[in-house]
Design a protein around this ligand. Structure first.
Ligand code: DAH
Length: 340
């Protein structure tokens, strides 16, 4: 082996060593797995730092080439291993930091689940129904989609009656409508039962009307008591007692003459609030024509009916000034009336 070649070989050896040190340091300094391929290519790629060394092999004699080639290969293997190790380290590191980020601290307090509560209108509805059931009224139910016959005609409201105006009633196709009152349940119950009848019918009613005190959907409780010899005195006694139970025994109550097509005579009941009279329900002796419409004989049986607006009572009880608050379903509003 000549002196020149000898020095060429040791020069090559020095270059290889330097490259290996540099590459291993670079691999160890990597911080992200995604940077590994580029860094690796900088040394081992086709145009990487090793390429010129491979070319310099050509300047060695064929006899010397295998030894020099072997040196390069050992270095390349070492660098390859350094990058493999770097990849492994970085994959492990990414996994660990993902685990750290997702760590659950079991000592933290839990998130509370918000509990629902009975809606203020439903609370008033429940109270009224409880009270009336104690009087012996039985619960009845009727459809919210009604016919004109049940909602109006059989209740003695002729086609010319102003309440049948398009402005008040939501008419549907096929002669149907959304009931404007719970009174049709009176008719359905009397058609289905023989006297005596003592029923209440709570439920939704619908009118094409909306402002601070009117909602297009609201709630009524209908009442009906039919028997032999039921008189206006029974109406007055029953409803006075009902209001006393609702507002306390000392609360003044007054009956005011009124008009409803399905009762004769008709009254409205007011309760004294301390500053003014407040109307709470409509009532009356069931009109003989209504009794005849359901096949009852008005000479045999009589009775009284009443209807009250539940939403208004809820607004008064809770001091709510705008009916729309009731149906916006704002939890901050509703929470104030939660009883638990
Ligand atoms: N249906 C009436 C309304 O919606 C309320 C009513 C008044 C019902 C008098 C009755 C009654 O049963 O006797 O305005």
């Amino acid at each position: 082996m000549s002196e020149a070649l000898d020095s060429l070989q040791s020069q090559l050896q020095a270059q290889i060593d330097a490259l290996r040190v540099e590459a291993v340091a670079a691999a160890e300094a990597l911080e992200r797995e995604s940077d590994v391929p580029t860094a690796r290519a900088r040394f081992l790629g086709k145009k990487g730092a090793f390429a010129p060394l491979m070319q310099s092999l050509g300047r060695l004699t064929p006899a010397e080439r295998p030894a020099a080639g072997a040196l390069i290969n050992v270095a390349r293997d070492a660098i390859e291993a350094a990058f493999d190790a770097a990849r492994e380290r970085l994959v492990e590191k990414a996994l660990q930091s993902a685990l750290d980020r997702g760590r659950v601290d079991v000592t933290l307090p839990g998130r509370t689940v918000a509990m629902g509560a009975t809606h203020p209108v439903q609370q008033v509805m429940d109270d009224l129904v409880d009270l009336l059931c104690a009087f012996g009224f039985e619960l009845e139910d009727g459809p919210e989609v009604e016919t004109e016959t049940y909602n109006f005609d059989l209740l003695n409201m002729p086609a010319s009656h102003p309440a049948r105006d398009m402005q008040d009633t939501f008419y549907l196709q096929g002669g149907l409508l959304l009931r404007t009152q719970t009174s049709p349940v009176q008719i359905r119950t009397m058609q289905a039962q023989k006297p005596p009848v003592r029923m209440i019918a709570p439920g939704k009613v619908f009118r094409c009307d909306a402002d601070t005190t009117h909602s297009p959907v609201f709630h009524q409780i209908e009442g009906l008591w039919i028997d032999k010899d039921v008189t206006m005195a029974d109406l007055k006694g029953t409803l006075t007692h009902f209001l006393r139970m609702l507002y306390g025994p000392d609360r003044p109550v007054r009956f005011r003459p009124s008009f409803f097509p399905f009762t004769e005579p008709s009254v409205e009941l007011d309760v004294w609030t301390g500053t003014r009279w407040m109307e709470v329900l409509g009532a009356g002796m069931v009109h003989p024509q209504v009794l005849r419409n359901v096949g009852y004989d008005p000479d045999e049986v009589q009775g009284f009916a009443f209807g009250l607006g539940v939403d208004r009572l809820a607004m008064i009880r809770y001091g709510i000034t705008d009916i729309r608050y009731l149906w916006e379903n704002d939890a901050r509003f509703l929470r104030q009336f939660a009883t638990r």
